[in-house]
Every structure is written in C-alpha cells, then in structure tokens.
Ligand binder design. Structure first.
Ligand SMILES: Cc1ncc(COP(=O)(O)O)c(C=O)c1O
Length: 387
C-alpha cells in the first residue's frame, strides 16, 4: 500500500538546502539578528510580487491580523464582520482588542464570506470587514470593495491561505486597506517557524503599522502609544526570500494536482463537483476554483449525508492523510459561544460545512502514484466500497 501524507515539507525544503545553509551562515556571521537589510530586501520582494506599496514582515499570520486592526484604531465595542467558517485567528485577533466579531455565513460552494449575509448583519457599530480567501481561493474582490465602500468599512484581507491568488487579475492582499498572510510551514510559502506579512498601499497606515510593530516606539525609546513586538527575524526573512521566486511554481504544481483529481474522478459514480445544482446523490463533492486563479492551499471535499467521518476512516485505513479544516464553526467555539456576538443564530452553512469538509493531499511534490492512489480510493468510496 502506498503511503500518502497530507503534507510532506521535506522534498521542497531539501531541494533548496544548500541555499538555506549559505543564508544561515551569512546571517550568523553578520551578527544582525533583528530587523535590518535582509528583512527589508524580503519585504521589497514581497511588495513587488503582490503589487503593493508596502510590505511589513511580522512575527506570525495572527499578528499580521492584529497589527492592522491596531493600526486602524479598532477597539472596545467596535464590530468586525468576518466569516464563521475559518481558522480561529481571524476572530481571535478581533476579540483580543476588545472588539466584537459579527458572524457572517459563508457560501457553500466557494467557502468564502457571503456578502448578502454581511449586508443583513452590518450595523451602526460595524467598522470593518475581514474576508478570508479560504483554502486559496479569492473572494469576489469587486463585490467586496463595493460593499465595503457602500458601508464605509475598513477592509483587512485575511490572505493567510492565498498568497499569489487572484480575482480577475487582482491580487489578494492588494484590495483592502490591509492584507495579511502567514508563512506557517503548511502555507503555500512556508517558512521554518512562525512569521507573517502585512501589506498596504496607504503610506500613513504603513507608517503607523511600522511604529506599532516595535512597541509604538518613534524615535528610539520614545513611545507615543502602546504597540508590541511584532518583528520578523531576518533569518526567517532570508530563508523565505530564497523560496519566494519558487512560489508561482509551487502554486502551479498544486493546481496540477487539483486538475488531476478532477480529470480522474469526473465520470465516477457517486462523485460530483461542489457547484450549484450538484446531484444530491453525490457521496463526495470536489472543490471548484471558480476564480480559475486560486492557489489550492487545501483541496477540501464536501462529504454530505453524514458520511464525512466514514470517508476519513476509509482514507486513514489506506494510509492517506486527511484533515478536517474546520470541525467547529467559530461561533460554536467555547471561548466565543457565551459572548453573544451577533450573527450566531444565522450561520447555518458554516455549521453544515463543519460537519462535511475533509481536506486531502494537494502539496506540490505529491507523487504521480500517490495522487493516483488518492483518486482511486475516492472512486472506491464513491462507488460504495467501505474498505
Ligand atoms: C485563515 C488563517 N488566518 C490566520 C492564520 C494565522 O496564521 P499563523 O498560524 O501564522 O499565526 C492562519 C494560519 O494558520 C489561517 O489559516
């Protein structure tokens, strides 16, 4: 039996090992371990890659969300619209500032924020919207920016899973007041530890975020306001700078794997695509990149009829890695459930998806035999096999 991990970081990083070692030696010998030219060079390269004026390396993807919220002055009692179906950090960063998330439901086909539901939930205290380009597929950036300006909302794009994804040619991280991404190792541009990036094309916001990144300090040891230590290590920046030019290639390889799954499974019994009008009989629904410019951070199936956990056990028995992103919608998390944030009673799609989703291997270096084994196994499950 072939083993297929959900993610194998080894081959990608081994291919660049000599360059990483060289970069490590240079940083070591420079004795410059905080900020400095290596970080600036990486930031410049990211800004050029994304088509934004400013990019700031920060300590994590979570801090890449927190810092913009602070720079925009969001705080106690302010409301932020965000999807109920996403990773915890999107909401955690809002709550840490004393602001309130408003739970917006998501679209069942794109998994992204449902702007019609956002329109129903926007209120007088709502100051911002944080869309998440989940699993690597951009939200509709035109609809998003139109909605935000109609309601005078600030936009912070959570692009932790979408660096390099586009909507009709527009890059994610470049549409909002701020963009935020993560270089957590499992991301499309994965680092060797924690770090993240904040983007903006607004000079004043960039300046404010730069100051808040270093304890609100300007000039040295003078603090006009309270920031924190949100710095990215230059060593991490140097390593990521080596990987950055490879990102389009990694994204392309992921798209190749997604395309393979679709081709291999398109006429198989019990398998459909997760689009409007899909057969209600389908046992597995394959995710669709409606934008055709997504980057496939995850390839996330829907498994309806209460069979998701059965498929997970089936794949696990066949030594195929899979994971549930995410098993509980945010409004049901213990730490938020008591707080009575608005929108919790009408995020039904998020609840349904949490019980149906299952992500399967899509990483760029997935082998030809490995992905064939995954496709064959899905076909077996679709045709009714149970082991
Ligand atoms: C959608 C989303 N937002 C935020 C984050 C937080 O990033 P980090 O783990 O780098 O703090 C992640 C990554 O895990 C994520 O997937």
């Amino acid at each position: 039996m072939i083993t297929v991990p959900l993610l194998d970081l080894g081959p990608q990083n081994r291919a660049l090992e000599a360059e990483f070692e060289q970069a490590f030696r240079e940083v070591l010998r420079s004795n410059a371990f905080i900020m400095g030219p290596r970080l600036e060079a990486f930031e410049k390269a990211c800004a050029a890659f994304l088509g934004v004026k400013h990019a700031l390396g920060v300590s994590s993807g979570t801090d890449a969300l927190l810092l913009p919220l602070m720079a925009l002055g969001l705080g106690s009692g302010d409301e932020v619209l965000l999807p109920a179906f996403t990773f915890f950090a999107t909401a955690g960063s809002v709550v840490r500032l004393g602001a309130h998330p408003v739970w917006v439901d998501v679209d069942p086909h794109t998994f992204n924020i449902d702007l019609a539901d956002a329109a129903r939930k926007v209120g007088p205290r709502t100051k911002a919207i944080m869309p998440v380009h989940l699993f690597g597929q951009s939200c509709d950036l035109d609809a998003l920016t139109t909605f935000a300006s109609a309601h005078r909302l600030r936009v912070i794009e959570d692009a932790a899973q979408s660096m390099g994804a586009r909507w009709q040619g527009r890059a994610t991280m470049a549409a909002g007041d701020f963009g935020a991404t993560s270089f957590f190792p499992s991301k499309n541009l994965g680092g060797m530890g924690d770090s993240g990036l904040v983007t903006t094309s607004d000079d004043a916001l960039a300046e404010r975020a730069r100051i808040l990144r270093v304890h609100g300090m300007q000039p040295k040891y003078y603090h006009r306001e309270v920031g924190a230590n949100f710095r990215m290590d230059p060593l991490q920046a140097a390593l990521l700078h080596i990987k950055l030019p490879h990102l389009p290639g990694y994204n392309c390889a992921r798209a190749g794997n997604a395309n393979f799954y679709h081709q291999a499974l398109k006429d198989r019994a019990g398998i459909g695509e997760n689009r409007p009008g899909a057969s209600p009989e389908a046992k597995i629904l394959l995710p669709v990149d409606f934008t055709k410019q997504g980057i496939w951070n995850q390839f996330t199936l829907r498994v309806p009829h209460g069979r998701r956990d059965a498929l997970k056990a089936f794949l696990t028995a066949r030594k195929i890695g899979c994971e549930i992103y995410y098993p509980i919608p945010l409004h049901r998390q213990e730490c938020f459930a008591q707080a009575n944030y608005r929108g919790a009673d009408s995020a039904k799609v998020s609840e349904q998806l949490s019980s149906e989703v299952l992500s399967i291997p899509i990483f760029p270096e997935l082998g030809v035999e490995q992905r064939q084994w995954v496709a064959d196994s899905l076909a077996d499950f679709g045709s009714g096999k149970t082991e």
